[in-house]
Design a protein around this ligand. Structure first.
Ligand code: PMP
Length: 360
């Protein structure tokens, strides 16, 4: 077996010990005589897997009792529609703060159901920063304020949770969920697909404050009404069972690693290793304002796009994979999710140095 060092933006690398446990349990989950893939979601075995995953997630993330945890499907993209459908609650619209393409997509979808007011945007600066909080034009009557805590394509991340007064803060955390400790109580709703920091694609996690649900627009598909999903413990219909199970193993892995404080400290060290190198030389560049740089996704360019293919070819030969940047930004992007090791990042930096030595 030879595993690559996987810098993919998602689906992404998972902890090796988790994959090994999945392998061990694949044919016969703990004496049940079947794989988790083959279980009815109503069987007591799967019910226990599901309940334990939620318990561990609540513990790891410090989710207060007045928040529901939903294990949904459809990815963050479905949530772009489900959030306005569930949370507009008769109000005219919501505020969107844009720091990248994902937030733009979320706002566009909201526009189908109400007014999506762009309260602030760094688009004119090519999404290389978070607009200063003082410049945001928030509407006190907005149903919620939507942010994307980490813009996966641009590598721009909120380093603090903004204060939105009494208006609920809604956050797309697809690419930085569980990457460090956060105070959940500052948010009305948090959402993200599993496929970056949590597990295989399929499950979408929604953490939502109790008082915000139960007022979905009449047109909301029944299976996507947060209240109905919560009342049925995310088993209104067949859930993404296998993804839910592996996600549960990852929550336990986070606990064993020392929880989010330890994970966050490691993520900071990993990203600093790469940024410090990028800033110390002139060959590679990262365009993002230092204070807003992402710990999770690090885009960088080479001096000449014609070098990209050669860089990627050499990277592949060194078992470094998934580094091709998003087409919107070009260049490279290294995604450093929780399961990426410090040794993996060090190997990347060594390769980058070697490439400059031989080609620069
Ligand atoms: N938001 C962000 C920040 C993302 O990174 C992504 C996926 N890359 C999405 C939304 C869309 O997620 P999904 O593919 O789960 O719909």
């Amino acid at each position: 077996m030879k595993r690559i060092i996987n810098f993919s933006a998602g689906p992404a690398t998972l902890p090796l010990t988790v994959l090994q446990q999945v392998q061990e349990e694949l044919l016969d989950w703990r004496g049940s005589g079947m794989s988790v893939m083959e279980m009815s979601h109503r069987d007591k075995e799967f019910m226990s897997i599901a309940a334990e995953a939620e318990k561990d997630l609540r513990e790891v993330a410090g989710i207060p009792a007045n928040y529901k945890v939903l294990f949904m499907q459809g990815g963050a993209t479905a949530q772009f529609s489900l959030i306005p459908l569930n949370l507009l609650r008769g109000k005219a619209g919501a505020d969107y703060v844009l720091t990248g393409d994902w937030g733009k997509k979320a706002a566009k979808e909201c526009g189908k159901y109400g007014k999506a007011n762009v309260a602030a945007s760094s688009e004119s600066e090519k999404f290389t920063k978070v607009p200063d909080r003082a410049s945001w034009k928030l509407d006190p009557d907005a149903a919620y304020v939507h942010i994307t805590t980490n813009e996966t394509i641009h590598g721009v991340q909120f380093q603090d949770t903004p204060d939105t007064g009494g208006v609920p803060l809604v956050a797309d955390m697809s690419s930085d969920i569980l990457s460090r400790p956060i105070d959940i109580s500052k948010f009305g709703l948090i959402y993200g697909g599993a496929q970056k920091n949590i597990g295989p694609a399929g499950v979408t996690i929604v953490i939502v404050r109790d008082d915000l649900i139960g007022q979905a627009a009449a047109m909301t598909p029944g299976v996507f009404d947060y209240k109905a999903v919560a009342d049925n413990e995310s088993m209104l219909n067949t859930p993404a069972c296998f993804s839910w199970y592996v996600s549960g193993l990852v929550f336990k892995w986070i606990k064993n690693e020392g929880g989010l404080a330890a994970i966050g400290a490691r993520n900071q060290r990993k990203s600093s290793l790469l940024y410090d190198y990028i800033d110390a030389q002139d060959f590679y560049k990262n365009p993002v304002a230092k204070k807003d740089r992402s710990w999770m996704n690090v885009p960088f360019t080479l001096p000449n796009p014609e070098l990209d293919a050669e860089f990627l070819k050499g990277a592949k030969a060194a078992s470094l994979s998934g580094l091709k940047g998003h087409r919107a930004v070009g260049g490279m992007r290294a995604s450093l999710y929780n399961a990426m090791t410090e040794a993996g990042v060090a190997t990347l930096v060594d390769y980058m140095k070697e490439f400059v030595r031989t080609r620069g």
